[in-house]
Ligand binder design. Structure first.
Ligand SMILES: [Zn+2]
Length: 283
């Protein structure tokens, strides 16, 4: 079954934001184990947030929206963890569906917050670019910016960041290994920080962002497609059908352990962006 077939038919982000934020209880999603010690925990069925158990504290990737944070916290509790053990919060990019809960979670946990350098501009000068609609986004400052030559280490997990501009200028992707204690197998987990096609010529012009982001986006997808990733962690569930597979997860079987999912996603996105560029040239 092609897992990457859901994106094209998915409702617009505006519709999905509305559903998740106005009535969060209707879009609740229980935690999903993606890999040993790695869980999908956003508490909604659209935006991905991942919790990583490092053996010495937790890492959270992305926060979801302010309006859905209470369900994210509930999911952490359900897994038997304490949110105060979150030591690091890694933000993929400065769009509201990924950073809307950042202020709340930074205050609650005291965790170190990370963001891509080129997205600082969104926080300081172009707040209009963060927003979709009139949703809450408390102000916050990241404690660190990513450097791709310096992994982020917590406990027994070391996260390699890769700057992947395009969806936003500071968009950052994450790669790390986890070990299956039962089998001893090492699983490479990977998340592209943002693959929404927000880099059309018209879109970039309207946002006042450099046209070069389009080429950077394509370059990033090509580069990431060369990497081996056992477990693809999508930034939204409509990129890869992870919700469709959740019932298959057992103690001994992980349906997400499939390197083809990563390549299919990178390829599908590359095809779509190249088609977009071709159409732009033709018009
Ligand atoms: Zn985004």
């Amino acid at each position: 079954m092609p897992l990457n077939s859901t994106a094209k038919n998915s409702p617009s982000p505006w519709v999905l934001m509305e559903e998740c934020c106005r009535e969060p209880w209707k879009t609740y999603q229980k935690p999903i184990k993606m890999a040993p010690g790695v869980y999908y925990i956003s508490g909604n069925n659209w935006v991905a947030c991942y919790l990583i158990d490092t053996g010495d504290g937790l890492i959270l990737i992305d926060t979801g929206m302010h309006e859905t944070v209470y369900l994210l916290l509930e999911n952490i509790r359900q897994l038997g963890y304490d949110c105060h053990d979150i030591k690091k919060i890694l933000l993929s990019h400065a769009h509201i569906d990924h950073i809307g809960g950042a202020r709340t979670l930074q205050e609650l946990t005291g965790a170190d917050m990370y963001l891509g350098k080129r997205d600082l501009m969104y926080l300081h000068e172009r707040k209009d670019l963060i927003m979709i609609g009139d949703y809450t986004c408390g102000e916050f400052e990241p404690d660190f910016i990513y450097s791709d030559d310096k992994p982020i280490v917590q406990g027994n997990v070391s996260i390699q960041t890769v700057s992947t501009p395009g969806h936003t200028p500071g968009c950052t992707s994450f790669f790390f290994d986890v070990k299956d204690k039962k089998t001893g197998k090492i699983l490479r987990c990977g998340m592209h920080g943002g693959i929404g096609l927000s880099c059309s010529k018209k879109g970039l012009e309207e946002m006042g962002l450099p046209f070069s982001l389009q080429a950077e986006f394509i370059e990033g997808l090509k580069k990431l497609d060369t990497l081996h990733v056992d477990v693809c962690l999508p930034s939204h569930t409509n990129q890869v059908g992870i919700l469709l597979l959740q019932d298959q997860v057992t103690e001994d079987f992980n349906p997400y352990d499939d390197p083809s999912i990563w390549h299919e996603l990178m390829q599908e996105r590359l095809e779509r962006v190249l088609l977009m560029v071709e159409n732009e040239k033709a018009n």
